[in-house]
Write a protein that binds this ligand. Structure first.
Ligand code: SAM
Length: 300
């Protein structure tokens, strides 16, 4: 494989990508911020419900893959000869070394410690000797492999609740289940009759598969599946949807039950406390890497 590397301004990225893929037979094109890891780097992240700050980076690096060097050279020559491509610059043409991509990807995911006895372990790893509760999970399409601090904080909360609290988890709701990791974690800590819901059908499928792989019983489905009251409601989404979902989530918490929310940045904690104030006293329980875990115990 050969990689043709080009730099293009925001206005030309789509045209160059289309030309490479549709006219010049590139196998793939990836687009990166040309200013990544520099002072000029611009985040383009927009929370759900909020517009992205901008449609594209000021300058992008495009990497196009070709099966042979001749095809990559010809594509560069043809593309750079176009009038409209005057602001496109060639940055390089290089062979892509053969690699065992599966092994490379797998090597990036080591077992994740939640507590000394509770671990998330990819299927290609042996569990650590101290692990008593284990979630077997491979990185897949859905969010939630335990590598994100928000997921880890939720699991840590679950694992560190006293036995008498866990005994009361006769029903559990995981709202925004992703891979199902929180639902599975709750099941391994005495959670019963677990409903795991997500707006993304791929997450529902992933949750069902992961639950089966872990020998865990749960009901996965779209949000309509959630019904009635639960002694434990978990939701790791993001601050903006969590604020919108406040009446719905609080309406599902049983008297005396716990609400556990994640996906919230430290600076958003006060907004969340205010949004949930009509129903409960939401407070920061844990923090990691700029994220907070917020919890509330409802009145009995
Ligand atoms: C950050 S992931 C969390 C996944 C997993 N629960 C975890 O803790 O790792 C958030 C998930 O919430 C889902 N989601 C986002 N908005 C939602 C909504 N309004 N209702 C239900 N699910 C939602 C997304 O599809 C995504 O799978």
């Amino acid at each position: 494989m050969f990689e043709l590397i080009l730099r293009a301004p925001e206005s030309l990225v789509e045209t160059v990508s289309d030309a490479l893929m549709l006219e010049l037979d590139a196998l793939s094109v990836s687009v990166e911020d040309a200013d990544a890891d520099s002072e000029a780097e611009q985040a383009l992240f927009g929370e759900p419900g909020m517009p992205a700050p901008k449609a594209g980076w000021q300058r992008s690096t495009l990497r196009a893959l070709f099966p042979e060097e001749a095809a990559a050279t010809e594509a560069a020559t043809l593309l750079l000869a176009q009038d409209w491509a005057a602001d496109v610059a060639m940055q390089g043409l290089q062979p892509v070394p053969e690699q065992d991509w599966v092994r490379l990807t797998q090597s990036q995911f080591a077992p994740v410690e939640i507590t000394p006895s509770f671990w998330i372990v990819p299927t290609w790893h042996e569990p650590p000797a101290a692990a008593q509760q284990i979630i077997r999970l491979d990185p897949g399409l859905a969010f939630g492999t335990g590598t994100h601090p928000t997921t880890r904080m939720c699991l840590r909360w679950i694992a560190t609740q006293p036995d008498e609290r866990r005994a009361g988890w006769q029903r559990v709701l995981d709202y925004g289940c992703g891979s199902g990791i929180l639902a599975i974690g709750a099941a391994l800590h005495n959670g019963q009759a677990i409903d795991a819901v997500d707006i993304d059908p791929a997450a529902v499928t992933s949750t069902q598969a992961n639950a089966q792989a872990n020998g865990v019983q749960l009901n996965a489905g779209l949000p309509e599946l959630a019904s009635g009251h639960y002694p434990l409601v978990l939701a790791n989404i993001l601050a903006t949807p969590l604020k919108l979902l406040a009446p719905l989530l609080c309406g599902h918490v049983a008297a005396g039950g716990d609400l556990v929310l994640a996906g919230i940045l430290e600076r958003q904690a006060d907004e969340l406390t205010a949004a949930y104030a009509p129903w409960c006293e939401l407070a920061v329980h844990d923090r990691e890497d700029g994220w907070v875990l917020m919890t509330a115990r409802f009145a009995p």
